[in-house]
Design a protein around this ligand. Structure first.
Ligand SMILES: CC(C)(COP(=O)(O)OP(=O)(O)OC[C@H]1O[C@@H](n2cnc3c(N)ncnc32)[C@H](O)[C@@H]1OP(=O)(O)O)[C@@H](O)C(=O)NCCC(=O)NCCS
Length: 183
């Protein structure tokens, strides 16, 4: 029988921003955005896995540490009522898909960023910022003027990116993650 061996608590920040005018994101040569379509489900899942499986969030959300789990996450998200195709983009690079962002509409009128990931070898070139701005423009096309996201407090690169784009901490949360034994 499976039992909970221990529980770890991860500090997370809920961050929010008003979406001002969003400049059209500029991508380096050889990169392009691909709009959401169901045919891209596996490509999004593969980039999710590549971006997250060695990162802190794979401990917080174990599905992100597993290719099949990442695919299940994508499928679940796209079936939810608030899923926003307009704010969900795949980033294509010279070697194939290298970034993903997914957006949802929350009931209180916020656009919510679900996951943003850039594959490790493509980081530090402004692609994360460009992909987020592309999602923000999608929120705006849907009439949403504010955005929200959650981030693990230890995730310094992501927090720096979000602060640069105007996000500020609105709430601190603790996510309990059980570790199972007896499987
Ligand atoms: C968070 C994440 C999406 C950022 O992606 P990224 O493409 O590296 O982001 P950017 O390139 O826009 O910004 C990263 C840094 O590169 C710098 N940069 C941007 N363009 C640059 C360029 N042309 N040359 C050199 N540096 C550049 C930025 O100033 C930034 O510097 P900082 O680390 O001092 O803040 C990426 O690290 C990631 O996928 N992490 C794992 C998944 C994750 O944790 N996602 C967030 C979950 S909440």
């Amino acid at each position: 029988m499976a039992t909970v061996a221990s529980i770890s608590y991860f500090k997370r920040y809920k961050m929010e921003a008003a979406l001002g005018e969003q400049p059209c994101p500029r991508l380096p040569e050889g990169f392009a955005f691909a709009a959401w379509s169901h045919g891209l489900m596996e490509a999004h899942a593969d980039v999710l896995f590549a971006s997250f499986h060695r990162e802190i969030d794979a401990q917080v959300f174990p599905s992100l540490g597993d290719r099949q789990g990442s695919l299940c996450l994508m499928i679940e998200m796209t079936r939810k009522r608030g899923f926003l195709a307009e704010a969900t983009w795949l980033l294509l690079g010279p070697g194939g898909p290298c970034g993903t962002v997914q957006g949802m509409r929350e009931r209180d009128g916020f656009g919510s960023i679900q996951n943003i990931g850039i594959a490790p070898e493509w980081r530090g070139r402004g692609l994360g910022e460009a992909l987020l701005r592309q999602a923000f423009r999608g929120f705006q096309r849907e009439g949403l003027t504010r955005a929200r996201l959650e981030v693990t407090a230890q995730n310094d690169p992501a927090i720096r990116l979000y602060r640069r784009l105007g996000f500020r901490r609105a709430k601190t949360l603790y996510k309990a993650v059980p570790e199972w034994s007896g499987f």
